[in-house]
Design a protein around this ligand. Sequence first.
Ligand SMILES: [Zn+2]
Length: 299
Amino acid sequence: MKDRQFGRVRFIRGENGGKYPFSHSLYLQGDRERVVIDPASSLEKLTRLKEEGVDGVWLSHWHEDHIRYMNLFEGCPVWVSERDFPPFTDLETFLDWYGIEDRGARYYWKKEMLETFDYRPRQTACFLQDDKRMDLGGLTVQVIPTPGHTPGHLSFFFPEEELLFLGDYDLTSFGPWYGDILSDIAHTIASIHKLKAIPARRWVAAHNHGIYESNPGPLWDQYEKIIYERERKLLAFLDRPKTPREICSAWLIYGRPREPKEMYEFNERVLIGKHLDYLRQRGKAVLEDGRWRKVESEI
Ligand SMILES: [Zn+2]
C-alpha cells in the first residue's frame, strides 16, 4: 500500500508495513502551518518531506517508535502533551517510565535509544492542549486526549477530511498495550470508547494496516475484548494462589515464549502486573504471602 492524500492530510506509510520500530506518519498541509505527526515512518520519505516544507513536529505520545526521526526536523518546534513530556528530558527518565530496572536491560535500551532511535534530551517543547481546536490555515485539527496507552497520548480529528488519527490505539490483533509505569487499563478502555464514538469517515492507525476507509466497528469490539480475554485467562489461571513468577511463566498474554526472550518476558511481566493491579483495585484478587489469590464473589 502506498502513501495517500486525503484533502490536506497525507498519510505516509511507514517502513516494515508500519510495524515496530517504525510507525506511519501524517503530513498536515495547512496554509499557515505544515506539520508532521509522528516522524518515525521512513528516513527517505521524511527527508523528502523536509524539502517540501515542515514547520512543526507533533507527537501522539513519547514512545520511541513514534519519535525516531524527529531530529531530522531540528529547529522546528516539537509539540506534545505536557503529560508525556518528562521522558523527553532525560534518558534515565525515559527508561524509568517503561519501568526498566534490570541493569543489563537498561544498558541495552540506552544503547538502542541512542543508536537506533537517535535519542537526544530536550528541555523545552510546546504543549498540545486537550480538546483544543487548531486552525492550521484551511485545515482544522481537534486534539483528542486518549490516555491509557500513555498518560498524555493524543489522537487527532480532522473535521474537513472526516479523518481520525488513532495513534497507538492501533486495532491490531495483539490488542492494546498498557504496560508502562503510567499506563492504565481503565483509561485505555475509556479511550477506546471515546474514539469509537467519533463520527469519522476514515480512520488511521499508527501501525500495521494503517488506513480504514469503512467503519472498523467490529475491529474496535475485538480490540477491546482482548483486554477482557486477558483478564479471563488470568482469573482462570488463579485456580489456586500463585506467585508472580508462576503466573508470568504461563505466558497468558503472548500465548507462548517469544524471542528476543528478554524483551517478551519483560512485556509479559508488565502487562500481567497491570492486570493483577486492576483486579486488586476492583477487589477481585489479593496478594497474600507473595501469592496472588482470586477473591470469589459472594452470591
Ligand atoms: Zn506507543
